[in-house]
Design a protein around this ligand. Structure first.
Ligand SMILES: *Cc1c(COP(=O)(O)O)cnc(C)c1O
Length: 306
C-alpha cells in the first residue's frame, strides 16, 4: 500500500494482525503502480491495497493480473473514487474487494459508514459474518440443526451493521451522486485550464484511460517559489479552505513507534506531502468560485508589484 493515504488504509492491516508494507508512489499521479508493488512483494505478502488517491483509479486490472500470478488478493481503497473507471470498467467491479466510504466528505454519504463490493461468493459470505458478530442464520451454512431458534457463531465478528435510517439517506444520495460527480469533473477541468498557466504550480497527472471523479483537487507548489506553508497560510488567511492530503502514514508517531518507519524511506511520497495543497472542490461550487481561488493563489504566490 502507498504511504499517501488516510491512516485508515494501514490501520485495517494492523487490525488483523498483519504488517503494512509501504510502496513509494509514482510522483506524477501520487498513486502506486503495479511494477513498484511487484518489486516490494515478499513471500509473506497476502494482499495488495491500491488507493485511488483524489478519485483517480489505480490500474486495477494490472494489479489483478499481478495478484493472480502471485496468489494474492487485491483490496482497493476506493474511498475517493466512487463512480471512477479504468478503461471504461467501473471501480467496484474490478478488484477482489473494493472498499468505499460514505463519510460526509465523500462523494455520497450515509452520515457514517461504507460499502464493500466483491464478485466472490466466499468473500461476500465472510463479510456478512464479520459485520454481524460472526453469526449465521443460514441453515445451509450451519454445522448443526437443532431447531427453528438455532443460529451459529462461526467467526469472531463485530457489529458493523448500517442502520435503516442511514440507508434511507444513502438511497437519496445515490440518486444524486452522478450529478455530484459531473459537477466535480467540470470544476476540475476549469482548475486544470487556469492553473496550467501558472508556472509555480505543478498539476497531478491524469492517466489517459482513467475516468477521474475528483474527490480532491491536489496541486503541488514548485520549489524555488514561496514555501508550501507560506502559500497554505496565506490562502487560509484569505478565506480559501485549503487542506493537505496526506501526511504520509509512515511518518505518524504510531507508525514510527510500531513499524520503526522514518523520514527518507519513501522519498517521492514525502516530497509529494511537502509540496501538496488541496484546493476547494465541492459540487455546489460555481465556476466563479474556482476563478477566485486561482486568482487568490496567483496573488499569494506572486504578490502584485513583485
Ligand atoms: C475516508 C477514507 C477512508 C476511511 O473511511 P471511513 O469511512 O472513515 O472508514 C479510508 N481511506 C481513504 C483514502 C479515505 O479518504
Amino acid at each position: 500500500m502507498p504511504p499517501i493515504t488516510f491512516v485508515a488504509t494501514a490501520n485495517a492491516v494492523l487490525y488483523v494482525g498483519a504488517t503494512p508494507r509501504f510502496v513509494d508512489i509514482d510522483p506524477d499521479t501520487a498513486t502506486v503502480n503495479a511494477t513498484s508493488v511487484e518489486a516490494a512483494l515478499s513471500r509473506r505478502t497476502k494482499a495488495i491495497l491500491p488507493v485511488d488517491y483524489a478519485g483517480q483509479p489505480c490500474d486495477i486490472p494490472a494489479f489483478m493480473r499481478l495478484a493472480r500470478r502471485r496468489g494474492l488478493v487485491v483490496i482497493e481503497d476506493a474511498a475517493h473514487s466512487l463512480g471512477a473507471r479504468c478503461r471504461g470498467k467501473r471501480v467496484g467491479a474490478m478488484a477482489d474487494l473494493t472498499v468505499f466510504s460514505f463519510h460526509p466528505v465523500k462523494h455520497m454519504t450515509t452520515g457514517e459508514g461504507g460499502m464493500v463490493t466483491t464478485n466472490d461468493e466466499q468473500f461476500a459470505r465472510h463479510l456478512r459474518l464479520f459485520g454481524s458478530h460472526g453469526i449465521t442464520k443460514d441453515p445451509s451454512q450451519m454445522k448443526a440443526s437443532e431447531g427453528p431458534w438455532y443460529y451459529e457463531m462461526q467467526h469472531l465478528g463485530f457489529n458493523y451493521r448500517i442502520t435503516d435510517i442511514q440507508c434511507a439517506l444513502g438511497l437519496t444520495q445515490l440518486s444524486k451522486v452522478e450529478k455530484f460527480i459531473q459537477a466535480r469533473r467540470k470544476l476540475a477541468a476549469v482548475y486544470d485550464r487556469l492553473l496550467g498557466a501558472i508556472p509555480e504550480v505543478q498539476l497531478v497527472a491524469t492517466r489517459p484511460w482513467a475516468y477521474h471523479t475528483y474527490h480532491l483537487y491536489p496541486i503541488r507548489i514548485r520549489a524555488g517559489t514561496k514555501s508550501r506553508r507560506q502559500v497554505f497560510e496565506a490562502l487560509r488567511a484569505k478565506g480559501i479552505g485549503v487542506q493537505v492530503h496526506y501526511i504520509p502514514v509512515h511518518l505518524h508517531p504510531y507508525y514510527r513507534d510500531h513499524l520503526n518507519t522514518k523520514e527518507g524511506m519513501f522519498p517521492d511520497a514525502e516530497a509529494f506531502y511537502r509540496s501538496e495543497i488541496s484546493l476547494p472542490l465541492f459540487p455546489q461550487m460555481r465556476e466563479t468560485d474556482v476563478r477566485r481561488v486561482v486568482r487568490t493563489l496567483e496573488e499569494v504566490i506572486r504578490p502584485r508589484g513583485s
